[in-house]
Design a protein around this ligand. Sequence first.
Ligand SMILES: Cc1cc2nc3c(=O)[nH]c(=O)nc-3n(C[C@H](O)[C@H](O)[C@H](O)COP(=O)(O)OP(=O)(O)OC[C@H]3O[C@@H](n4cnc5c(N)ncnc54)[C@H](O)[C@@H]3O)c2cc1C
Length: 498
Amino acid sequence: MRGRNSGEGTATRRPHVAVLGGGFAGMSAALWLAHGGARVTLVERAPWLGGKAGEWRAAGYRFDTGPSVLTLPDVVRDTFEGVGSECPIDFRPASPLCRYIYPDGRVWDVHRELEPTLEGLSPAEADGYRRALAKARSLYEAAAPVFVHGSAPGPLQLARYGLRHGLAASPGRSLPSLLASLGADGPLLGPFFQRFATYVGADPRRAPAVLHNVAWVELGLGVHHPAGGMYALVRALHAALVERGVELRMGEAVERLGVAGGAVREVVTERAALRCDAVVAAVDRDVVLGWLGRERTRRPPSLSGLVLLAGLRSRDERLAHHTIVFPERYGDEFDAIAAGAHPHDPTLYLNVTAHGEPGDAPAGGENRFVMANAPALPVADDAETRSARLAAGRAALVGGLARRGFAWDEDELVASRWLGPEDFAAFGDRGRLYGAAPHGLLGALRPGPRLRGVGGLVLAGGTVHPGGGVPLALLSGRAAARATGTALGLRVSGPSRG
Ligand SMILES: Cc1cc2nc3c(=O)[nH]c(=O)nc-3n(C[C@H](O)[C@H](O)[C@H](O)COP(=O)(O)OP(=O)(O)OC[C@H]3O[C@@H](n4cnc5c(N)ncnc54)[C@H](O)[C@@H]3O)c2cc1C
């Protein structure tokens, strides 16, 4: 269905916007702009949409190759409903949210509900959990209107937030220090609560206390499974773009932006020079700086990842839909990563969508996605060092599975594929997943959507405000569409649940 702002039939010329990058941010921006009445061309280097959210099928198995934990499903619903469509995706709440397996063999299922979550915890652990959860909630509720749902905050909004909530956000304090003050730093709760900072690409030990708010998004607001898998969201957005007449130029890489008179005038791709009235760049911010011939950020990169997809003949009943297997010493992996190496004993995240989507694996089989944190590619590196480093990372991941009893016999494995920083470098500078590392209080603030001295260009995506992750990338696309629409005299609106 087309919205009232489609601009069809009007005599005036519709402004032409180029949206660069077809991940969640670019798809969202393109959809909102088309609904607002713009003529939209979306340019995507890959022959498909989705960006980091990919899909791989082999021998009867289906895998999501990128994100698997979906939070804030209302943001997805708003994306469709705001442009006049029904959301075509059903969401099922995850229960448990995640299973945690500790090195001593302890297994803990964490639910959105408190009672089953606290079962089996000592009284001290249960108290620590309650306190840490309440703190995460208050941090999130104070921060969300400004840092999640609002447009990039300026000095005034930051000052207002600082005055109202600054002390409670424990400026100058690290996440582990905050957790210690809440009694949530023991062997069970410490790694558990620290790990949420890795969702935004941080070494938890260097993350500011305020990033504890991320825990509330999952524990308090829940994890949801889109029916059909995460890639179903990409398919649905793709269909909505086609329906609204967005021109899709896929398999075409942007090479540079032509700037004249202080504003972007054209997008130069490997095949054409596109003239347009405005540009939304929904790719890694450092990639955009490269297109403009500017120097890239010097700040350390956020985490990358190493992923093994394994189609197995049988199912391991010890695994939930989402399972985390902690190593002997949780923090050590981040020392290796800071030194540019894959960790010897990484935390393992295992995801089996066949639990809720039986079609994702042949009967009785399992589509196992295994992920470990990994370093972004070092700036200077020769091919030999690079492949030795990657081989060590793969061996460590497989070794970790074996040590914890999750290895498989060779004849169990039907299909497999590795993805690592080299592959993710197609989406983010050096394979980093979340832009610059969000370390320290100011480091956690994501860059805004504008680049000084360049008009007609708005940035979107996981490396700028409000940050990474599926819902935030969608929100950044909407914010970029609004800013662009306003500059072009279009009304890009939509519901706001901020
Ligand atoms: C393995 C993995 C696991 C993850 N797990 C989760 C999770 O569980 N939950 C969660 O919420 N998030 C997760 N994330 C993060 C999430 O996927 C991202 O934050 C989000 O998808 C970012 O979307 P985006 O649109 O900002 O960027 P991208 O998806 O990176 O999109 C950018 C697009 O720009 C295109 N592009 C790049 N260069 C060019 C060029 N020169 N010309 C044209 N196009 C170009 C790319 O091909 C890409 O399609 C995960 C990511 C990965 C990789």
